[in-house]
Design a binder for this molecule. Structure first.
Ligand code: ADP
Length: 637
């Protein structure tokens, strides 16, 4: 018990220990992999951001107005602009359209003509005169800006002097102007016309189309223009019918978010000095970019463009969350999230120490090692079970062995008592008849002969029994030797029949002996064969039950000599037939218990026959009798 339980317990303990270590290792490995995933995600993201940053500043041409957010819409870039002397350059500055407008409108003689018209209109209050002067200016206009501006003034004066239709038609012409025709602050002249037409409740669809065209222009616009667009759209939304309403609402939304961005850019410019970004030094003493999270949704970074020139970019974090997984080297197990930085989250790490709320979450299931860990654990459990079952199987075999030993011990005890019992019967008989002869109580010579025959028969039985026991001990010590002489089997049969004659006669048995015409010869030990046949015959007698007939045949079959003993007695159950040749084995039935026996006879027969190169066969049916046959190879002459 201890021999099995102890090693098994040690094994299980070792296995559990191994698995615990394995799990700790797996946890450590997972942590490593997680760190790796996070750093790969970080690298991928920042490499991409810095690449965009580089490209955006390389693509920039010296004075491109308002470059930036529109150049790389697919990268979540919201702003890219330069820092001049530590001050953020507003992306809509300098305004090239405003500059053109200023230059054109200040050119003489146009400027003088316009000034005169304005004097007549406002100081003199003479609208008709003003109209004439504005028409002059229009006629003398040298470019489209001058023409547009003169027409704008003319339309106003026409309106003032009650010439409403003419004013409307002039304004409609102005509405058709392209957006880049602006006044000296950069506001498209068409927008002023649009405002007037809205006031006149006229030209609804054309006005809204124009507003749409301007809103949809991909460029940074100045706050002044953006606010004007918002006011015009607000007005349009109150004055126009349902057909245009949806368009107006969409445009309002767009300009609304544009204004929000513009205002954030202005805020950023004001807050920039306090944000801790770097804008100084040369390319040599700095490396890479700096990133901070500004406001809710902006990731702002500064970078040197070239010596003494620094740029700043802003990305929309919300858009980055959506774009990150599509980046070429983005690890599959990583996910960018926004989380509350005050709640430490084991499954995620900050994107950057300075950007604690933007985090990289790692999906443990997608880690490359997670499958291997599970497989390894399965292997250990399997190996442990295997070792355990082998141990238990060994224990089972051991138990079987112990049980057999115990049974052997039992059988030996039984054997001793059976032998004593068997010895007692013939000894008692011998002694009884010898005493009778001694006392001469029986003078009848016939009876005397019978007494002597009994004594001889019983002592033969004793001899047989002792021979069996001696044979057994020789066999067990591997000292049993069989002689190797030519043997006439008919002689063996003859002698055996004579030897068993007395007990047969006493038991009232009939023995039918049938010896083949050409009695076979074999090679071997005649005494051993006789002893074997005696055992078979005495078994036939013992287990004949009520029947009193026994057959003994000697013949040749398939090139072998066969000695066959058949009875018509109790028979043997098929299930135990195989065990009959085991030492000490006796069929465990109640009847058998009453028949004296040692369980040795057949074991010895089996041994002797096998030693002669032959074999023993048993045919039996319960209640019908048994046939035991000794098969021996014929002597080759
Ligand atoms: P023993 O006869 O001393 O018990 P054996 O080895 O000769 O031992 O026989 C083993 C057992 O085989 C017997 O106990 C008996 O149950 C059974 N047996 C042997 N011969 C016969 C037979 N001819 N008919 C029925 N049972 C037999």
């Amino acid at each position: 018990m201890v021999a099995v339980v102890l090693p098994s317990t040690v094994l299980v303990a070792l296995g559990v220990q191994l698995m615990r270590q394995e799990r700790e290792l797996a946890i450590q490995q997972a942590a490593n992999e997680r760190r790796l995933v996070v750093s790969q995600a970080r690298q991928t993201l920042f490499a991409k951001l810095e690449q965009v940053q580089r490209e955006v500043f390389e693509a920039r041409t010296g004075d491109t107005p308002g470059f930036g957010s529109t150049a790389f819409p697919e990268t979540a870039l919201v702003l890219a602009t330069q820092i001049n002397d530590g001050v953020l350059r507003l992306p809509w500055m300098p305004d090239r359209r405003a500059e053109l407008g200023r230059t054109s409108l200040r050119t003489e003689p146009f400027a003088r003509r316009v000034a005169r018209g304005k004097r007549a209109e406002f100081v003199g209050g003479d609208a008709a005169r003003a109209i004439e002067l504005y028409e002059d200016a229009l006629a003398g206009a040298q470019d489209s800006i001058q023409a547009a501006y003169a027409r704008l003034l003319l339309a106003r004066a026409l309106g003032k002097s009650g010439r409403r239709d003419e004013a409307i038609s002039q304004n409609q012409r102005l509405l058709a102007l392209p957006p880049h025709v602006t006044d000296e602050v950069g506001i498209p002249i068409a927008l002023f016309a649009a405002g007037r037409l809205l006031d006149e409740l006229d030209g609804g669809r054309a006005v809204i189309e124009k507003l749409g065209t301007i809103v949809n222009e991909q460029r940074w616009r100045s706050p002044a223009e953006a606010y004007m667009l918002r006011d015009l759209l607000d007005e349009a939304s109150t004055t126009h019918g349902s057909s245009e309403r949806q368009t107006v609402v969409d445009l309002q939304q767009r300009i609304g978010s544009e204004i929000a961005v513009i205002e954030r850019v202005i805020d950023l410019r004001n807050e920039l000095p306090g944000l801790g970004l770097r804008f100084g030094g040369t390319l040599e003493d700095t490396y890479g970019s700096r990133w901070i999270r500004w406001g809710d949704d902006w990731l702002v970074g500064s970078t040197p463009i070239h010596d003494d020139a620094w740029g700043i970019v802003a990305f929309s974090i919300r858009q980055l969350l959506a774009l990150a997984p599509a980046l070429p080297n983005w690890p599959g197990a990583a996910e960018m999230i926004i989380a509350d930085a005050t709640e430490p989250n084991a499954a995620s790490e900050p994107l950057d120490p300075a950007i604690a709320e933007v985090r990289i979450a790692v999906l443990d299931d997608a880690l490359p090692g997670s499958g291997a860990a599970v497989r390894r654990r399965g292997f250990y459990v399997g190996a442990l079970l295997l070792v355990l079952s082998v141990t238990l199987f060994g224990a089972y075999l051991f138990w079987l062995d112990v049980r057999r030993e115990l049974r052997m011990g039992e059988l030996r005890t039984l054997f001793v008592s059976s032998v004593s019992h068997e010895l007692k019967t013939p000894l008692t008989a011998i002694r009884m008849f010898a005493e009778r002869l001694q006392l001469k109580k029986q003078p009848d010579p016939k009876m005397q002969t019978e007494y002597l025959a009994t004594i001889v028969g019983e002592s033969e039985r004793l001899t047989r029994l002792l021979n069996n026991v001696l044979d057994l001990s020789k066999i067990e010590q591997a000292q049993k030797r069989y002689r190797q002489d030519p043997v006439e089997l008919a002689d063996v049969v003859d002698r055996t029949v004579r030897a068993i004659g007395y007990p047969l006669a006493r038991g009232g048995f009939t023995l039918n002996v049938d010896v083949d015409g050409h009695p076979p010869r074999v090679h071997g030990d005649a005494d051993a064969l006789e002893q074997a046949l005696l055992n078979l015959l005495s078994n036939a007698m013992k287990y004949s039950g009520e029947n009193r007939e026994i057959d003994l045949r000697l013949f040749v079959q398939n090139g072998a000599a066969v000695i066959e003993v058949s009875d018509r007695g109790v028979g043997i159950p098929t299930a135990v037939q195989e065990r009959l040749t085991e030492k000490f084995y006796r069929v465990p039935t109640a009847e058998n218990e009453r028949i004296p026996g040692t369980g040795l006879g057949l074991a010895l027969v089996h041994h002797a026959v096998e030693a002669h190169g032959g074999h023993l066969t048993i045919q039996s049916a319960e209640g019908e009798g048994s046939t035991f046959a000794i098969h021996l190879p014929l002597e080759t002459r």
